[in-house]
Write a protein that binds this ligand. Structure first.
Ligand SMILES: O=C(O)[C@H](O)[C@@H](O)[C@H](O)[C@H](O)COP(=O)(O)O
Length: 258
């Protein structure tokens, strides 16, 4: 399924537009099913989206008690570490809305019950995902309504970096050691888990992402270009600012906001 590309003027407007889109998706899922599930991403754009959502009055249209929050990846650091994606998400949004704590699923921290072993932590998160999966999900993870991914200049998504073993792993959650983006030890959903989502949204802003966006939309292989493997069951959206959209391959239809 060909991704849909939407281009916004700049990063600030991109974050607000993605936040508005997220409200609508969550509200629609809750209207249809009584609950919704989203997968958050770390990184600058992902966190800016959460802050924009916290700042919009429309956030009150969401039934926060009926929302499951997961993460696509996490830095394997102690609880509360400022570099954990969970910390950034709580500061930007989660601490400001009435979520059901039992439905917020952070990836394990290095000072958690896994004796500092990221492989055990990855297995723990996989078990949590498996417990949340329903028969209609037909797999070891829930069919997330929206899974958001920032993208690196090297086209990594989550903590799936080009040519690394995690890209060959069929398990839903893996430990990543030696990540080129610090910190080196991380946990990540794998591409099969990412592809369980109904919608995958790739978020990118800035000229440093233009090449990764082009490669992701050019039919490249997911081992060299991990973002190319990030596809949703129903839809894949590339939500970009103009700078990140500067090198779109020919033939890609772009919907540009003013
Ligand atoms: O834990 C992480 O580092 C993120 O999950 C990572 O995948 C991030 O989304 C990209 O590196 C883009 O980050 P920026 O948006 O800050 O460039």
């Amino acid at each position: 399924m060909t991704p849909t590309v939407l281009v916004h003027r700049d990063q600030e407007l991109l974050a607000k537009a993605v936040a508005a889109r997220l409200v609508t998706r969550i509200v629609d899922a809750q209207a249809a099913r009584g609950s919704a599930s989203v997968v958050l991403t770390g990184g600058g754009v992902g966190t800016a989206v959460l802050a924009a959502l916290a700042a919009t009055g429309a956030r009150d249209a969401i039934d926060w008690r009926a929302l499951d929050v997961w993460w696509g990846d996490e830095r394997f650091l102690p609880t509360g570490d400022p570099d954990r994606n969970e910390t950034g998400a709580r500061d930007a949004l989660l601490s400001h809305v009435g979520l059901d704590p039992a439905r917020v699923h952070p990836m394990p921290a290095s000072d958690g019950p896994d004796d500092g072993d990221p492989e055990l932590a990855a297995e723990r998160y996989a078990a949590e995902l498996r417990a949340a999966a329903r028969p209609e999900d037909h797999g070891p993870v829930p069919s997330f309504d929206v899974l958001m991914l920032g993208v690196g200049p090297d086209a990594h998504v989550a903590s799936l970096f080009p040519e690394m073993p995690a890209l060959y792993d069929e398990r839903p959650v893996v430990a990543v050691r030696g990540a080129p983006k610090p910190p080196p030890t991380r946990l990540s959903l794998t591409l099969p888990a990412i592809r369980a989502a109904h919608e995958v949204w790739v978020l990118a802003a800035g000229s440093s992402k233009a090449k990764a966006v082009r490669l992701g939309l050019s039919g490249a292989g997911p081992v060299q270009v991990p973002v190319a493997g990030a596809r949703g069951r129903r839809a894949t959206l590339y939500l970009l600012d103009r700078a990140a959209a500067a090198e779109l391959p020919p033939g890609i239809e772009r919907i540009a906001s003013p």
